[in-house]
Design a protein around this ligand. Structure first.
Ligand code: HEC
Length: 111
């Protein structure tokens, strides 16, 4: 029994720390790529619900990319949204955005 608890908690810790790492990577990407235009950062993320971000980031962030590519005001972001760098990071971005959505109950730490 003790052994089981030990193994189970070790697995849990591992699970949480990898999720944290992805959220952290997503946050870094967000700060680097999105904040220059959406300068309210944290407020911007938490002004949308989890469902909204999930939809935006589904299929490797297709909707989010389209939304920007269709908008001439977002022209400066086009090369990014068309790049493979973006599609590779969407998984992390999604985790971050959903984690701090309006109805998630989480507030990002300032670090
Ligand atoms: C070059 C500037 C630019 C960059 C970089 C950029 N955006 Fe945008 N984004 C815009 C513009 C312009 C709009 C259209 C909003 C409007 O018309 O008021 C927009 C709209 C949006 C919207 C929908 C409107 C809203 O307020 O909810 C979301 C969501 C969004 N961006 C998320 C992101 C995310 C996430 C990133 C980073 C991966 C990002 N944007 C990077 C310029 C940018």
């Amino acid at each position: 029994m003790t052994k089981f608890i030990f193994v189970a908690s070790a697995a849990l810790i591992l699970l949480f720390s990898t999720a944290d790492a992805a959220i952290y990577k997503g946050q870094k990407e967000f700060v680097k790529k999105c904040v220059k235009c959406h300068d309210t950062g944290q407020n911007f993320v938490s002004s949308h619900k989890m469902r909204y971000w999930k939809k935006m980031m589904a299929k490797k962030g297709k909707r989010l990319a389209e939304l920007h590519l269709e908008n001439p005001k977002a022209k400066k972001s086009w090369s990014y949204f068309k790049s493979r760098k973006y599609t590779r990071k969407t998984k992390h971005l999604k985790q971050f955005l959903v984690e701090y959505a309006k109805d998630s109950g989480n507030v990002p730490a300032c670090n």
